[in-house]
Design a protein around this ligand. Structure first.
Ligand code: SAH
Length: 237
């Protein structure tokens, strides 16, 4: 057994213990090589349960957070999914294994270009990306069955994203004014409006308006510190 495979198996076991029971989500995590989405200097940590820097002051999320948000999204192979915050492309690659098509938006063009290269070298072809402000959503492709936001909104979900959810749709979004009070929220669209449930505590980089102008966002030192949580915080499916 290779070292990477042993580490991957250990990670999958940890995810299961932390409440990831959806076997399709676990299989997607097993099939997508996380090392392909991170800079070479961090390859030995690819299967640690930790966030890692990917450039432009951004991070690839901790595997448990990716798995939990994906499980909570309840994706199936008929769904059209919108992701805000392509970053490394890893979350998009996981979603691509589970749904019909992923649309993903990133405000840092260099990150988006790297992500697109990785996805095409892994021959993942059901993802369409664009460099834009994801807070405006993707009008031409709306409505979406599922929306996942992988950067934290301060108080409320962007209005355009709520508008672009289909009826019966689910949005998973981290929200909170500062990193010590951020939580994942699960928003559902019903015939008579929206409902919202608070889920687990998280620490995400902020959701920022407009395209980035080339400068990296301020470095978030504490984001590499793994969050530790177990049931009852873990999601029930
Ligand atoms: N899903 C990513 C993690 C991304 S970190 C992965 O799997 O690697 C959050 C990302 O959201 C960052 O790359 C950041 O640039 C991006 N982001 C923040 N605000 C945004 C916005 N308004 N539109 C698009 N992307 C945004």
């Amino acid at each position: 057994m290779t070292l990477d495979l042993a580490r991957k198996i250990r990670l999958i076991m940890k995810l299961r213990k932390s409440g990831i029971t959806d076997t399709a989500v676990l299989a997607a995590i097993e099939r997508v090589p996380r090392e392909a989405f991170i800079p070479p200097m961090f390859h030995d940590q690819a299967y640690e349960d930790t966030a890692l820097p990917i450039g432009c002051g951004q991070t690839i999320s901790q595997p448990l957070v990716v798995a939990s948000m994906t499980q909570e999204l309840q994706v199936n192979d008929r769904h059209k999914v919108l992701e805000i915050g392509t970053g490394s492309g890893y979350q998009a690659a996981i979603l691509a294994k589970l749904c019909r098509r992923v649309y993903s938006i990133e405000r840092h063009k260099p990150l988006l270009e790297m992500a697109e290269k990785r996805l095409s070298s892994l021959r993942i072809s059901n993802i369409t990306c664009k460099a834009a402000d994801g807070m405006k959503g993707w009008t031409e492709q709306a409505p979406f069955d599922r929306i996942i936001v992988t950067a934290a909104a301060s108080e409320e979900p962007p209005e355009a994203l709520l508008d672009q959810m289909s009826l019966g749709g689910i949005m998973i979004i981290p929200m909170g004014r500062d990193k010590s009070s951020q939580f994942i929220y699960r928003i559902m669209r019903h015939e008579d409006g929206f409902s919202c449930e608070q889920r687990m505590p998280v620490r995400f980089v902020p959701l920022l308006p407009n395209m980035a102008k080339g400068e990296p966002d301020p470095v978030q030192d504490d984001l590499a510190e793994p969050l530790v949580f177990a049931p009852p915080f873990a999601f029930q499916s």
